[in-house]
Design a protein around this ligand. Structure first.
Ligand code: DAH
Length: 340
């Protein structure tokens, strides 16, 4: 019995000397492990003479209970102290503002494209994707530009090492793809995508840029439909008060061909630096689809007609957001990109 009392006193003293979790664990193994002293002391009850057995057993259990409870208390105390220490010495300042999570966003070019998609979707145009790597045939010839044609000079491009395979200079070859897929059914699509030109990179010109082509083909498609479509588009994108004018122009794939201007969004036609004093801003080229192109696409020009247009959304966004250098688009400068 006195051994039990001594065991308890010694264990308690050692427990109180434990100052961290590791020590506490070692203590627990020493007294409560498989060969732990308390465990063995309890087991010993079998070898105690019967007369003392009951008293011994009771005492042993009491020791066990006392020590278990003391261990739990010590454990809780140490944990609390550890928390206290980490709160005070590791100095967490809960009043500091949180660190902002950097969030990505859409590129301004993507945003403008999506705005354009929304407007034309409302007008019943579908979006038709066409390839960026084209052949000479589709990029030029089928659009009424035979190999000798001087208009090809307007569209110098990058050629691949495979003869006749090039990066498209405009989205117009997409017209051929969509016509050949859908002929003789009516068409109302826009064809957005990247185009390439072999050019000196300047404030105004890049070697790659988006275009959005439009194509409508049907029974009685007229210039009036083209005008209405363009005016609606300009007013949706730039404001209900916009005026649009058309000038005659030349493209090999349209006849007649036009150039479309919109009254200057800054000076409303009075003349300023943005419109270079003219009061007008050029927004796209367009026209009635040339009979040769209709035929190349599988349509009979005697039975149907169509209009087409092509615009550069980067140019259009430059007007909308007063971006004065086209190189900013693909320059990947976050100071520019994060403004949108
Ligand atoms: N493809 C022309 C260009 O890149 C733009 C264009 C003009 C497209 C008139 C058309 C059009 O569809 O009718 O300059």
């Amino acid at each position: 019995m006195s051994e039990l009392t001594a065991l308890q006193d010694r264990a308690l003293a050692e427990l109180n000397a434990c100052s961290d979790e590791a020590a506490l664990r070692a203590w627990n193994t020493k007294y409560f492990g498989k060969q732990g002293e308390v465990v063995l002391a309890v087991k010993k009850v079998g070898s105690v003479p019967p007369a003392e057995r009951r008293a011994y057993g009771q005492h042993a259990n009491q020791v066990k209970e006392t020590l278990t409870k003391a261990h739990e208390e010590r454990d809780a105390l140490l944990k609390e102290q550890a928390l206290e220490r980490s709160l005070t010495t590791e100095g967490l300042d809960v009043t500091l503002p949180g660190r902002p999570v950097p969030r990505g966003r859409l590129h301004v070019a993507t945003k403008v494209l999506r705005e354009i998609y929304a407007i034309f979707s409302d007008l019943g145009f579908q979006i038709y994707r066409s390839r960026e790597v084209e052949d000479d045939l589709t990029n030029f010839e089928l659009l009424n530009m035979p190999p000798h044609h001087p208009a090809r000079d307007l569209w110098d491009t990058f050629h691949t090492t495979t003869p006749g395979v090039l990066l498209r200079t405009h989205t117009s070859p997409g017209q051929i793809h969509v016509m050949r897929e859908l002929a003789p059914r009516p068409i109302r699509v826009i064809l957005p995508g990247m185009c390439y030109r072999y050019e000196q990179i300047t404030v105004r010109s890049e070697i790659q840029f988006h275009q959005v082509e439009g194509l409508a083909i049907g029974d009685h498609v007229t210039m009036a439909d083209l005008k209405g479509t363009i005016i609606t588009f300009a007013r949706r994108l730039f404001g209900a008060e916009r005026q649009v004018r058309i000038r005659s122009s030349y493209f090999p794939f349209t006849e007649p061909s036009i150039e479309v201007d919109m009254d200057c969004i800054l000076c409303a036609g009075k003349g300023c630096a943005l419109c270079k004093g003219s009061g007008w801003l050029e927004i796209m080229g367009a026209g009635m689809v040339h009979p040769v192109v209709l035929r190349n696409g599988g349509y009979d020009p005697a039975k149907c007609s169509g209009f087409a247009f092509g615009m550069g959304p980067q140019r259009i966004a430059q007007l909308k957001y007063a971006i004065d250098d086209i190189r900013l688009y693909w320059g990947n400068d976050l100071r520019f990109l994060s403004q949108f």
